[in-house]
Design a protein around this ligand. Structure first.
Ligand SMILES: [Zn+2]
Length: 132
């Protein structure tokens, strides 16, 4: 198996793919990226927190224009994870049409290889797919 690296710091690949947050020790607010201070309470102490791998779609848009090389249309969504945090992610495994995507639809975190460098290292990205 080739070496893999996540495309974002908040994606953990082993032992099973999942997203992680930094949780404020003062008020419990979750953030996907490192913070100098909590946007909710101003606290400066954080701890890593593993997030649920399932959630539901709370907003989405179907994207028809993108950078060169990016296949369109695709579904860009906002997902509320089952343990509360709200995260962005594209939907895969659905037709990118209003008929096939719905608010409240259950989704599960999944990963895919977004690219490979000259040394064979795979860049792994995440998306959400309908719950099976
Ligand atoms: Zn806080």
């Amino acid at each position: 198996m080739p070496a893999q690296v996540p495309v974002v710091d908040y994606l953990v690949l082993e032992p099973e793919p999942r997203l992680k947050a930094v949780a404020c020790s003062g008020c419990g607010a979750d953030f996907l990226t490192r913070r100098n201070a909590c946007a909710s309470c101003g606290g400066a102490d954080f701890a890593d927190k593993s997030l649920a791998t399932e959630g539901s779609v709370v907003a989405f848009t179907i994207v028809h224009r993108a950078a060169p090389g990016v296949a369109v249309p695709f579904v860009s969504a906002i997902v509320r994870l089952d343990d509360g945090p709200i995260v962005p992610g594209n939907l895969i495994g659905v037709d990118p049409t209003p008929e096939d995507v719905a608010l409240g639809m259950g989704v599960r975190l999944t990963t895919f290889v977004a690219g490979t460098d000259d040394n064979g290292v795979e860049a792994v990205a995440y998306a959400f797919a309908p719950r099976g």
